[in-house]
Ligand binder design. Structure first.
Ligand SMILES: *Cc1c(COP(=O)(O)O)cnc(C)c1O
Length: 393
């Protein structure tokens, strides 16, 4: 059976170019970068090269890049660390309702610790309400954290506008750019971004490694106490192969940004056009243009996203739904509800996220199977409805 992976927003395959770069550090060059002998020095210089590559890719100084275990850690650290180090200036944080759980749960924890958090609304396309940002920002606001691009619906925020407001009001601005690096060009210093989270496995790099950029002069408390790694802010022996892989993956993603985005965007637009033509009661969720080139989020009326996902899986196609099954009950996506998508349409939402290796052939196959699967589920749904009708008589 054809196996097609359209869940690249969840994770991506490791690119062979990245693996080749990592290989020596998984084998012969195993030294501890803190050791002073040649084994250590080899590992150390590999880490510093990765730091330079990331700095060059996002437009900052290498000393402003800290390695972490992924974007979840980067987000936890940025929020906790900046909030606590700046508490003397105020206790108010602004974020949005559509952030990743690693931001939202950290904000809830900070609320329990006495910080005040404002969760901004988004419009029906998933764009953060800038008017609300201006309204709620105050003298006690110390931190704004708004994601660059949403992982579920792909909407890309007006990051420059938000950064400008933060700068004007003298508030620190953090962005979770996990989905955006490789799709959006960043020059963090020029744009006035103070802190930014990155993850390896969302851009064809390894899992369990990420980075946090923190602008010189922004104070942040350490994430891990112990050794002197990462300027003493994130102690623990470095994940050398992971860091090497992350550096290469970020370099490739930003180097090939134009070519990759164009190819993927064309496939995306073809897919959406065809599916909307072929399947009645289909709705695109998220922004029609200001969206990640690889993201397609569609709601199919009278279809449950979960059932469609399983049926597609039986056909070898991997996608994901907008709802998360938590403790047995299906909860609607917090992103779709913040956008005001009706609960039944939110239940029918499915995310198709394309990858660098997705082909036109893959897309044609998925469209064909999708038409069949939706039809099948709608028939079943209509049948069970008429059954219910009969019981009522
Ligand atoms: C995947 C993702 C994360 C978490 O990244 P990990 O490296 O898996 O911890 C955070 N934010 C967004 C927007 C993501 O898509």
């Amino acid at each position: 059976m054809n196996k097609i992976y359209l869940d690249n927003a969840a994770t991506t395959p490791l690119s062979s170019e990245v693996l080749n770069e990592m290989m020596p550090y998984l084998t012969g060059d195993f030294g501890n970068p803190n050791s002073l002998h040649s084994f250590g020095r080899t590992a150390k210089s590999a880490i510093e090269l990765a730091r330079e590559r990331i700095a060059r890719a996002i437009g900052c100084e290498p000393s402003e890049v800290y390695f972490t275990s992924g974007a979840t850690e980067s987000n936890n650290w940025a929020l906790n660390g900046i909030a606590k180090a700046n508490r003397h200036k105020g206790n108010h944080i602004i974020t949005s309702k559509i952030e990743h759980p690693s931001i939202l749960e950290t904000c809830k924890k900070l609320e329990r610790e006495g910080f005040r958090v404002t969760y901004l609304d988004v419009d029906e396309m998933g764009l953060v309400r800038i008017d609300q940002l201006l309204h709620y920002i105050g003298a006690d606001t110390i931190l704004i954290s708004i994601m660059s691009a949403n992982n579920e619906v792909g909407t890309i925020q007006n990051i420059q506008a938000i950064a400008n407001i933060a700068k004007e009001k003298n508030v620190i601005f953090h962005t979770d750019a996990t989905q955006a690096v490789g799709a959006v060009s960043f020059s963090v210093r020029e744009m006035g971004i103070d802190a930014m989270s990155i993850s390896g496995h969302k851009l064809n790099g390894p899992k369990g490694v990420g980075a946090l950029y923190v602008h010189d002069g922004v104070v942040i408390t350490p994430f891990m106490n112990g050794g002197e790694q990462e300027s003493g802010l994130r102690a623990g022996t470095s994940n050398v192969p992971g860091i090497v892989g992350l550096g290469k993956a970020v370099e490739i993603a930003t180097r090939d940004i134009m070519a990759n985005s164009k190819k993927v965007r064309e496939l995306r637009d073809y897919f959406i056009k065809k599916v909307v033509e072929l399947i009645p009661m289909t709705q695109l969720n998220g922004h029609p243009v200001q969206r990640l080139p690889n993201n397609i989020n569609l709601s199919f009326g009278m279809v449950e996203g979960e059932s469609l996902m399983y049926l597609l899986d039986l056909n070898g196609i991997a996608v994901s739904t907008g709802s998360a099954c938590s403790s047995g009950s299906v909860e609607n996506s917090h992103v779709l509800s913040a956008m005001g998508i009706a609960p039944d349409l939110a239940q029918g939402a499915v995310r198709f996220s394309l990858g660098r290796n997705t082909t036109k052939q893959d897309i044609e196959y998925v469209i064909e199977k999708l038409v069949e699967c939706v039809e099948k589920l709608r028939k079943i749904s209509a049948m069970s409805k008429s059954q219910v009708g009969k019981e009522d008589e």
